[in-house]
Design a protein around this ligand. Structure first.
Ligand code: PGA
Length: 233
């Protein structure tokens, strides 16, 4: 199975900072292990900036941090899965706890987004925490999914997101083993992952990492890649 490393820039980075990030990444000429899939999720307005990088790095994929659960039409401000697919988007983070908390996204709303993503062959990365993983996975398990399509789940404990206090890897393993009983999907861990602790979370039940703060500088993101390369080679 692949190992995933997903960068979630959230609502950070100016155009100038994005250019710097891309320059830093390119200059590193870092080798990426064949089994490692890198997914970069910038703000929507910066997707274009990443296209040249994505086109030259086969292991690098473009992702978004949300998409509309609606089809195209009179839905002011929405961004559809269809239009994102046309922009080369391959992955979508859905149901992040910040969206659930700040924008009142429910399991049902996330399900609609998952459906739209799948319809346009965008791989959903559905974020769950201790309180909602069972109900969210139960809903998603009812979907009919084409054989070649996958849905990724990301276990993100609320206390670990953006706090610098990652969850204890043993506790993460315990929860991910429970989640794995409910789904065959790849499962990521997210929450204060950094270059020092990243590989501690790569256990048989954890197929990758979702990283926000430590992905904002190319240097620390590259360090995480290096450490994962060492672990999985
Ligand atoms: P963090 O955020 O890496 O800054 O803790 C993780 C996330 O929100 O996905």
């Amino acid at each position: 199975m692949k190992t995933y490393l997903v960068a979630n820039f959230k609502a950070n980075l100016t155009e100038k900072e994005v250019k710097k990030w891309i320059g830093g990444f390119q200059d590193s000429n870092l080798e990426i292990m064949p089994d490692l899939e890198l997914v970069i999720c910038p703000a929507f307005i910066h997707l274009d900036e990443f296209k040249p990088l994505i086109n030259t790095h086969k292991k690098l994929k473009l992702g978004v941090q949300d998409l509309s659960g609606l089809r195209k039409g009179a839905f002011t401000g929405e961004i559809t899965a269809q239009s994102l697919k046309n922009e080369g988007v391959a992955y979508a983070i859905l149901g992040h706890s910040e969206r659930r908390r700040l924008f009142k996204e429910t399991n049902q709303r996330v399900l609609e987004k998952v459906k739209q993503a799948l319809k346009y062959k965008i791989t959903p990365i559905v974020c769950v925490d201790k309180n909602n993983f069972s109900s969210q996975i139960k809903l998603i398990n009812q979907l009919k999914i084409a054989k070649q399509q996958i849905i990724i789940f990301a276990y993100e404990p609320l206390s670990a997101i953006g706090t610098g206090q990652a969850e204890n890897p043993r506790e993460v393993e315990k929860i991910t083993l429970i989640i794995k009983k409910q789904t065959n999907s790849p499962l990521l861990y997210g929450g204060s992952v950094n270059p020092k602790n990243a590989v501690l979370f790569l256990k048989p039940s954890i197929n990758g990492l979702l990283v926000a703060t430590a992905s904002l500088k190319a240097k620390s993101f590259l360090e995480i890649i290096k450490n994962i390369n060492e672990k999985i080679k």
